[in-house]
Design a protein around this ligand. Structure first.
Ligand code: PMT
Length: 451
């Protein structure tokens, strides 16, 4: 955290006394901490305490001419690499959800492009109240990182969820949330993960065995490479990697809508999700009764999310990466998908009962026009990091090609599909890439792959 700029918002709650320890620990880690207190926070701890610990004058007022002359609130919002609010009271969460800007802290939250993390602290009934939960859901959808709350004894003498995380736990999370400086810094990456569920009736659905592990690992690796990552996921039992914004969906239709909504500004799209290719023609309103020995479901094609992204006009088309789940002739089928969906790159895996789906490990064959790389068996995170290195190299090559005459290896800048595939992946030199778990964060040009 050496030299990193953390803007610590302190709102009104008894847990504010712990924030003094939080400041001390952040400073110990080398961070520069600027404390901003709400009026309610000053009922619990004085600004002098925070000033002594942070070595900076505490800001409390939006309309403070002297403080504004030193560093205006917009300047302060720009200064922050992370905005952390600890404790975040119920009132503070509600104000953030509403987008209010009538005090310094709420104004800074609106005016800053830095990631926002909140550590809620309040009475357990206030935390469980539907109003607070609705506000928390709004904030989570916007990508605000929730740190806690913990469950336990409360200052009011009751017990339940609503305790602020301990300062050392918050510091550990903050270290993961600070934006990473990497080759994808400033780039937005959209990843789909997990299965989709296609409703048959209110209680039954068609789905598949995807656990989301591969997609979540890809999201983490992309974040480690410095990207702003949005993860659209079907129903899975996984926590989003720290620093990654998560959007939960259920059906292909919902995933399709979320991807369309999140796509503007996206530099790289990665379709890791196991999306249903067909869905029941209609979802019965009532539970289907077992009236006969057999039941026939009429199914219809779902929209192909990946192909839709790839077909966008060049000006709004990201670098497009697909996955191919194959039970046979993996390379040929994956190669056909690369061309048919006009992708920039495809990662193929052999799937089966104990292969790829819901496993800890996997192996990938990566194909692009004129190149291939084999990523041997490894943990999904190690594979995701190795895949990320290849994607970065190909993405940067295609970015360069955008500014140059058409490069036949880039789907987005060359003639469409089949015509552009002058060099088939099968005819290329094979490059085996080691997916070592100890590999350093992806860096530009680390893979010597043929193309
Ligand atoms: O989640 P895990 O348990 O970790 O398992 C990982 C995985 C096996 C699911 C993953 O590695 C994988 O292979 N994902 C792609 C699964 C898949 O649907 O493959 P496909 O060959 O059927 O589809 C090809 C591509 O089209 C995929 O990128 C898919 O996301 C996309 N697609 C498919 C259908 C559809 N309607 N829309 C799509 O976008």
């Amino acid at each position: 955290m050496q030299g990193r700029h953390i803007l610590l918002g302190v709102s009104g709650g008894i847990a504010a006394y712990k924030s003094a320890d939080l400041v001390r620990r952040l400073i110990e880690q080398g961070a520069e901490v600027q404390v901003v207190m709400t009026h309610a926070a000053q009922q619990f701890v004085t600004a002098t305490t925070f000033q002594a610990l942070s070595g900076r004058a505490v800001r409390t007022e939006l309309w403070d001419a002297a403080a504004e002359a030193a560093m205006g609130h917009i300047e302060l919002a720009r200064w922050a690499e992370l905005v952390l609010i600890a404790p975040a009271s119920a009132d503070c969460l509600a104000r953030l959800a509403q987008g209010l800007a009538d005090d310094l802290l709420s104004t800074l939250c609106l005016a800053s492009a830095a990631p926002l993390a909140v550590a809620p602290a309040m009475n357990h009934l206030m935390w469980s109240h539907p109003a607070t939960q609705a506000n928390v859901a709004v904030l989570a959808r916007r990508g605000v990182q929730l740190l806690g709350p913990a469950v336990g004894d409360q200052a009011c003498g009751e017990n339940g969820p609503g305790r602020m995380l301990e300062p050392h736990e918050i510091v550990a999370r903050v270290a993961q949330l600070l934006p990473v400086h990497g080759p994808l810094e400033g780039r937005r990456v959209l990843v789909t993960a997990g299965p989709t569920r296609e409703g048959i009736d209110p209680v039954r659905f068609v789905s598949n065995r995807s656990s989301g592990k591969m997609g979540f690992a890809v999201a983490q690796a992309m974040h480690e490479a410095g990207a702003e990552v949005v993860l659209v996921t079907g129903p899975v039992c996984l926590d989003a990697p720290p620093g990654v914004s998560r959007i939960d969906v259920e059906s292909c239709e919902q995933m399709h809508a979320a991807v369309q909504r999140e796509l503007p500004g996206t530099a790289i799209f990665i379709g890791t999700a196991a999306v249903a290719d067909y869905r029941p023609m209609c979802c019965a309103e009532q539970k289907i009764k077992k009236r006969s020995d057999t039941l026939t479901l009429d199914m219809m094609r779902t929209p192909d999310i990946l192909a839709g992204v790839s077909a966008r006009p060049a000006a709004t088309r990201p670098f497009v990466v697909g996955f191919a789940a194959e039970t046979q002739t993996v390379e040929q089928n994956a190669h056909d998908k690369l061309l048919a969906k006009n992708l920039d790159l495809i990662a193929a895996n052999e799937v089966g009962h104990t292969k790829a789906f819901d496993t800890e490990e996997n192996a990938l064959l990566v194909l692009w026009r004129g190149g291939r790389a084999e990523l041997p068996h490894a943990s999904k995170l190690a594979l995701a990091r190795a895949l990320t290195r290849i994607i970065i190299e190909r993405y940067l090559a295609c970015e360069a090609a955008r500014a140059m005459p058409a490069d036949p290896a880039c789907a987005g800048v060359s003639a469409p599909a089949a015509g552009a595939a002058s060099t088939s992946a099968g005819a290329s030199t094979s490059t085996s890439t080691s997916a070592s778990t100890s590999a350093p964060p992806p860096a530009r040009g680390t893979l010597a792959a043929s193309s």
